[in-house]
Design a protein around this ligand. Structure first.
Ligand code: HPA
Length: 275
């Protein structure tokens, strides 16, 4: 297990490598999930850095997950955007999965805006709908804070009562109304994947009060919260969860998420302009 000093120095090394290329100071850190692959077109781009040019930075192996940081403006708001993220199921140590979030915080980002695609568990959800995360279930994924605490990042036992910021939630909800986009609210659970859930697991999650399930986001929210970021997260319901509809495939999930992409882009852009 890495020491606290090693974890900190790896993150700091990435920050130093980025600072050799750009002094851009973002306010918002945006992580793009499936469906937002073309989001770069919404950004007045000032600088792009492929992850592969940052020593030690985890690079995704999943088809369709391009990897680069994009620095620029959405409206007047300075943003660092992660095009592509790595997932725990790719075999990375969980501290590497959350490293990019920590790097963005150390670059100055105060707000963490997480997006993803997920399977809808709540019976009132349909593919193509959006859900604002009001809370999460993290217990099926490894906790990224396990190991020595990095005091520079935050406290040993962080409070999790208000991970998703109420003021940001209000902005997202108001923006969805203005844009005439229907927005569900609910609880998201992160499982490790890469296999999709079994129907029995989906029934279990529903019993636990989970509305949507995916393979990302919660570990990033945990480290963002640890580092004092204000967080909001929106999920695109790309499919009905296992046992509720057709059998699942990555390609179908990707296609369905892409179909909602334009609307998702609009919602995210109009929110960021107000952040
Ligand atoms: N399960 C897990 N992850 C997902 C799903 C799902 O049904 N859809 C998109 N990501």
């Amino acid at each position: 297990m890495a020491t606290a000093k090693e974890v900190f120095e790896k993150v700091n090394g990435c920050v130093e490598a980025i600072r050799k290329v750009t002094d851009f100071k973002p306010k918002v850190a945006l992580t793009l999930g499936s469906g937002l692959g073309n989001y770069a077109s919404q950004i007045d781009i000032k600088c792009e850095i492929p992850y592969s040019e940052i020593p030690g930075f985890p690079v995704s192996t999943v088809p369709g997950h391009d990897g680069r940081f994009i620095f620029g403006y959405v409206g007047e708001t300075p943003v660092v955007c992660m095009k592509g993220r790595v997932h725990y199921y790719e075999g990375y140590d969980i501290s590497d999965v959350v490293l990019p979030t920590r790097v963005m915080r150390m670059l100055g980002a105060e707000i963490l805006f997480l997006t993803n695609a997920s399977g809808g568990i709540n019976y009132s959800f349909n593919p193509g709908d959006f859900m604002l995360l009001t809370d999460h279930v993290s217990v099926f994924a490894p906790n990224p804070l396990i190991g020595p605490n990095v005091d520079e990042f935050g406290t040993r036992f962080p409070d999790m009562s208000n991970v998703y910021d109420k003021d940001l939630m209000k902005i997202v909800k108001d923006t969805a109304i203005e844009d005439k986009i229907y927005l569900h609210e609910g609880v998201y659970a992160q499982l490790t994947g890469p296999s999709f859930e079994s129907p029995a697991e989906i029934r279990m999650l529903r019993t636990l009060g989970v509305d949507a399930v995916g393979m990302s986001t919660v570990v990033e929210a945990i480290v963002g919260n640890h580092m004092g970021m204000r967080i909001c997260a929106i999920s695109c319901i790309s499919n009905l969860a296992a046992g509720m509809g057709d059998p699942l495939s990555h390609e179908d999930v990707q296609k369905a998420a892409d179909k909602s992409g334009k609307l998702f882009e609009k919602l995210v852009t109009d929110c960021i302009k107000k952040f």
